[in-house]
Write a protein that binds this ligand. Structure first.
Ligand SMILES: Cc1ncc(COP(=O)(O)O)c(C=O)c1O
Length: 399
């Protein structure tokens, strides 16, 4: 009886999958916007304050309270936020900042934008975050800071990075762009660094369309970031009075209104994402062809994306074929990440080549980011997993 039921369920999932292929795609990411967000944005549009208005101050206040830090400075992207951290901390030419090569490019390029050198350290094969055990050998007289990233939302190892930084009198710039609401040992992500940065692109836990937030307990650093994001104007200075070289990295009140409502829904959003991750884990965990991400000890993960890896016996070419076949079947997937040190302009500038960071390189060859977002339906997850398993059963040589 059970077998008949299984067969019936399998057939239904296959038919559903087929209909999806014919009529729609299962997307890698989708924002979760309710009528509340729409109303909040419209209310700003009906107001006279589209920028530098009350929603900016409200969003910054809400965010600082949520993370548990003294100050929050909203900016127009995570990239702008990281770059302003460099400038506010006085990091520039001749300085080195230690970071990971397994991240989104902006973690490294913002160090370069400031004129400093990113010094890469390989990652831990389980957490996929910078490997604390490998950091100390890369510290030199020129090292000014460590920039760790909570990759895919995983905070594992941040405490160890902070201990090392403290021992060597280095600043920690915490790139929390992927990890809003994750926790390590009861401590929220965004409270580890002297400065930390979040990002709000639409695939993130919360979105403002585009946007970012700098967090710190240091008033001097926060005030400097506020000035730098606003054309170098000082506190209360006249519109055409500028104290320093600055930028326009402001976040409009329209974006902030969206962010305020999204942040107010963070518990609901986190619960949804954790549920989606759990559904994937339940279906995929036992498949020995896959390495499925799990929450490590003492961590609460808010899941930015759900990235599985193919077991070591698969080649990069086979992984690429899997990606291609999933896409052809209407399932949008990603190859997060491509090693940062091997991006041609970075490899050339700093003399990197294949083999420099073997853990990063081997992980990058095997990753598959599966569709992942708040409202991804259980049925869609079943289709994704069934299709993935079917593709893995195929001959994975080029068509
Ligand atoms: C780890 C990390 N750092 C920095 C950024 C940059 O954020 P943004 O795209 O808002 O500039 C991102 C964005 O995806 C990220 O994932």
């Amino acid at each position: 009886m059970l077998e008949v039921y299984d067969l019936f369920e399998d057939t239904l999932v296959t038919i559903y999958g087929l209909l999806r292929v014919l009529f729609m795609r299962i997307y890698l990411s989708r924002p979760d916007i309710t009528e509340k967000e729409v109303e909040a944005v419209c209310a700003v549009l009906r107001s006279p304050n589209l920028s530098l208005g009350p929603k900016l101050t409200e969003f910054e206040g809400d965010f600082a309270r949520y993370i548990g830090r003294k100050r929050a400075v909203a900016v127009n992207s995570g990239t702008s936020g990281l770059f302003l951290c460099m400038l506010a901390l006085g990091i520039g030419p001749g300085d080195e900042v230690i970071t990971t090569p397994f991240t989104f490019i902006a973690s490294a390029t913002t160090i370069m934008m400031a004129g400093a050198r990113p010094v890469f350290v390989d990652i831990d094969p389980v957490s996929l975050n910078i490997d604390p055990a490998k950091i100390e050998s890369r510290i030199t007289k020129r090292t000014k800071a460590i920039l760790p990233v909570e990759v895919f939302g995983n905070p594992a190892g941040m405490d160890k990075v902070c201990e090392i930084a403290q021992r060597h009198n280095l600043t920690v710039i915490e790139d929390s762009c992927e990890a809003l609401s994750s926790e390590l040992d009861g401590k929220k992500v965004g409270t580890f660094g002297t400065m930390s940065v979040f990002a709000f692109y639409p695939n993130k836990q919360i979105t403002t369309g585009e946007g970012g937030m700098i967090l710190t307990d240091d008033d001097g650093l926060a005030d400097m970031c506020m000035s730098l994001r606003n054309q170098g104007r000082g506190k209360g200075s006249a519109w055409l009075s500028h104290e320093r070289l600055g930028y326009n990295f402001r976040l409009s009140d329209i974006n902030c209104a969206l962010g305020i409502v999204q942040l107010s829904r963070i518990d609901e959003i986190k619960a949804k994402r954790r549920q989606v991750a759990k559904w994937y884990q339940e279906i995929l965990a036992d498949d020995d062809r896959l390495i499925v991400p799990v929450e490590q000890n003492d961590c609460v993960v808010s899941w930015f994306v759900f990235v599985i890896r193919l077991a070591d016996r698969f080649t990069q070419q086979q992984r690429d074929i899997v990606l291609e076949r999933l896409e052809k079947k209407g399932i949008q997937v990603g190859n997060y990440f491509s090693p940062v040190h091997l991006q041609p302009f970075i490899a050339e500038k700093f003399g990197h080549s294949k083999g420099d960071f073997p853990v990063t390189e081997s992980v990058c060859k095997s990753t598959i980011a599966l569709p992942f977002y708040n409202n991804l339906a259980k049925d869609d997850i079943a289709v994704v997993c069934k299709t993935l398993k079917k593709v893995l059963n195929e001959n994975l040589s080029s068509d």
